[in-house]
Design a protein around this ligand. Structure first.
Ligand code: COI
Length: 351
């Protein structure tokens, strides 16, 4: 792989607001003449892309992305959480929007090399990490809707703290009654950029009403819980952990899968099934809605304190972080940072 050295390095004392600051280097791999050009793949100084105004991604959004994290402990050891899972999901997303498949091992190894190069950027305080953002997009210089013939796949890195500005404090969710994020047969099951564009208006309206995020309902019946703006969702009703099953319109989150695997292994009752808003409202009304939490790479494990539906607000449990939420948070972050043993083989120690 090619390497172009920075002339000057940035000041690393940046704030850790999510996704606002980026490290010195980036990875770039291009696709042209029918193939990914691995020979000219490059780690180079972080810089803007120079793209023609006609570039296809600007007009038709042929783009996918991923999010994963690297963690550094006080001894300087660096761990990345389930990176091959992200590579495999990215391949699935690419397939859905006709971006040619890439060599996952090559891109994984480039990602590891980039993280190692940028190890001094990884914060070590609890709740902090280096967010890794791989992405790919069609870059043909032409109008006309079809799969592009040229692509850029890139990886950038951003040192981060909590995703929500209020940290681990419980978030409030607004169950969206009108707008839909995804439908079966659409792209909601993949990490496609357009899914997020489709979500922004409802998120904006929810925020104006005082909520942190939108809780999406299914597009067919407008009844079943799907996911939240930036995370998958779990409900604890009468001691049973329930999460919407992956039926074609929900993102198969890697933190979601890790949470299910962890709770199953530790003997919790956990169900992947359809969960209706009526069931959750009834549980809130009869006092059996113990907890709600969201999971995601950026959001980690976030407690939900309240949700609003049809103009009424419902408190979740006692409104604070529930026991199972805290357990999942402590266990997952413990494994990710190397404080707890990695019995599932999820972590790649790269330094
Ligand atoms: C992530 O959790 O990594 C995501 O990609 C969500 C994003 C909307 C911040």
């Amino acid at each position: 792989m090619k390497f172009i050295k920075c002339k000057e390095l940035k000041d690393k004392k940046t704030d850790l607001a999510f996704g606002k600051n980026f490290t010195d280097y980036m990875f770039v791999l291009e696709y042209h003449n029918g193939a990914w050009d691995y020979e000219n793949a490059c780690i180079k100084p972080y810089e803007p892309f120079s793209l023609d105004p006609s570039t296809s991604v600007f007009h038709y959004g042929q783009a996918v992305f991923e999010g994963l994290k690297a963690y550094k402990n006080d001894k300087g050891e660096v761990r990345i959480f389930r990176p091959m899972d992200n590579m495999n999901r990215m391949i699935d997303s690419c397939e859905r929007v006709c971006i040619p498949p890439f060599d996952t091992k090559f891109v994984h190894d480039a990602l590891v090399e980039l993280v190692k190069l940028e190890k001094d950027w990884i914060p070590t305080a609890p709740g902090t990490s280096l967010y890794i953002r791989p992405f790919a997009m069609g870059v043909d210089k032409a109008l006309g809707v079809h799969a592009a013939k040229n692509y850029i796949l890139s990886i950038i890195l951003s040192p981060v703290g909590a995703y929500y500005t209020h940290g681990l404090a419980p978030v409030s969710l607004c169950v969206e009654e009108h707008y839909k994020r995804a439908c079966i047969g659409g792209t909601g099951h993949h990490k496609v950029a357009g899914n997020y564009a489709a979500s922004i208006l409802a998120a904006d309206l929810a925020e104006k009403k005082g909520y942190d995020q939108v809780l999406w309902l299914d597009a067919q019946e407008n009844k079943y819980m799907e996911e939240v703006g930036s995370m998958n969702i779990f409900f604890v009703i009468d001691g049973v952990v329930i999460t919407p099953m992956l039926a074609g319109s929900i993102l198969p989150g890697i933190t979601r899968r890790s949470t299910i695997e962890l709770l199953k292994a530790r003997g919790y009752k956990i169900e992947e099934r359809r969960v209706s808003v009526a069931e959750v409202v009834a549980a809130a009304d009869n006092g059996t809605l113990n907890e709600i939490f969201g999971t995601g790479t950026a959001a980690v494990v976030s407690p939900v304190g309240t949700f609003g539906y049809l103009g009424k607000d419902y408190q979740v449990g006692d409104g604070g972080m529930g026991k199972i939420t805290k357990y999942v948070y402590d266990e997952l972050t413990g494994i990710q940072t190397g404080i707890k043993p990695d019995e599932f083989g999820w972590v790649e120690k790269v330094i």
